[in-house]
Design a protein around this ligand. Sequence first.
Ligand SMILES: Nc1nc2c(ncn2[C@@H]2O[C@H](COP(=O)(O)OP(=O)(O)OP(=O)(O)O)[C@@H](O)[C@H]2O)c(=O)[nH]1
Ligand SMILES: [Mg+2]
Length: 398
Amino acid sequence: MDKHSDTITIGLQIEDIAFQVGEFSITLNDSGMESLLRDPDTSLCDSTEAEDKYENIHSSHIFGSSSSLAEDKTHPANDKSPLRPKSPGGSFDPPGCLEKYVGIVTLPNQVQQKAVKKGFVFNLMVVGESGLGKSTLVNSLFHTNLYMDRCMPGVSEKIARTVSVTKNTIDIVEEGVNLRLTVIDTPGFGDAINNHESWKAAVHYVDQEMEKYRKNEIGLNRKNITDNRVHCCLYFISPHGHGLKPIDVNFMKALDQKVNIVPVLAKADSLTPKETSNMKAKILSEIDKFKIRIFQVSECDTYNEDLFKQQTLEIKRSIPFAVIGSSTVVERNGRRVRARVYPWGTVEVENPSHSDFVHLRNMLIRTHMQDLIHTTHYVLYENYRINSLCRNPFLENV
Ligand SMILES: Nc1nc2c(ncn2[C@@H]2O[C@H](COP(=O)(O)OP(=O)(O)OP(=O)(O)O)[C@@H](O)[C@H]2O)c(=O)[nH]1
Ligand SMILES: [Mg+2]
C-alpha cells in the first residue's frame, strides 16, 4: 500500500470517532472543525489561513502528511459544499481552539447537554432514632416541605410498631436543571423496646432495589431503567450520648457494604464547640474501631479548581457533619435565612460557624452527588451483582 492510499484509509476511519464518556456515547466527526473555518462569527483567522492550519492540525495529529490530504478530493476538509453540517458544539468551542485543538475539548459540553436533557436522579435514605431532626434537615437541605401530612403515632402505637420504610419523591428544577429527589425514611427506627433488629427493614429495602435494578438490566427493555437504588444514607447520631450506641454500630455494620453511609451528628445546637469536637473524635474512633465503612470523599485532582479543592478539604474535616435543621425562616441583615430562634440567641442553619450544614449540602449536592451515584453503581452494585451471581449462577437465565 503506497503512502497516499494509506493516508486516505486512516482518514476515512477517523471520520466518525465514537467516544464513550460515562454513560453517554458520542460520535464526533471532524465537520465540527470545518464549521469553525466557514462560520464568519467563530472564525479566528481568514479562511485560507484557517484551512492551512486545519490541514496542519490533521497532518501533525492524525494523518502524518499534509500534502496527501490536500490532494484527497473526497476528504471533508476539501468539501466546499455549503450543505456541509456545522459543528454541533460550535458555540462551545473555546477561543483559540483552531490553533491548539481538533475539538475534543468540547466533549464535556456535549456530555453536559445530554445529562441536563435527561435530568438527574438522586435517592437519599435518612436513618436515625425518632425525633433527631431527619425530616427537618431534608427540608432545609432541599428547600422543600416533605412530610406535610404526617400524623405522629402515640407511645402505645410506637411500642407495637415495627420499622417501616416510606418514600417521598419531588422534582426540583433549578435554572433548567432537573433533579428527581427521592427521600427514603425509616420511621420507627430505634422506637421499640428491643431494637436488636431495627436495621432489617433498611437492609431489605436496599437489597430489594439492587435486585430490581439487576433484573431490569438483564431484562428486555434496558432503555428506560429507573434507578431506585439508594445512593446515600444519612445516618443520624444522637448528640445526647457518648459516641455511638449499639444500635448505631449494628445499623452501620449491616449496611456499610451496601450503601454509602454519611454519618451526621444531629441537633448540633445542643452542644458547645468543645463538646462537638470531642463527640466527633469519639464517633470517628469508634467507626474506626468497629471497621465501619463510611463514604470516603475522593482526593482532588491537580486540574480541579481552587474553590473545589477548598470545599473538599472542608468537607473532609467536617465528617461526621454536625448539623442543625430548621423550618423557620427569619430576616437577618436584610437576608431571609433558616434559623432556630432561642431566648438567648439565634442559630443560623447555613452559618458555617454555627454548624457543618453548608459542608454537608456542598458534598451532597454541589461537589459529590455524582461520586455517590458512581460509587453506588460501580462499587456497591457490582459487589451485589457478583455476590448474587456467585450464590446462584443460574439466576441470570430466570
Ligand atoms: N434543637 C434542635 N431541634 C431540632 C433540630 N432539627 C429538628 N429539630 C426539632 O426536633 C423535632 C423533631 O424533628 P423531626 O425533623 O420531625 O425529626 P425526625 O427525625 O424526622 O423524627 P421522626 O420522623 O419521628 O423519626 C422537631 O420539633 C424539630 O423542630 C435541630 O437541628 N436542633
Ligand atoms: Mg421524620
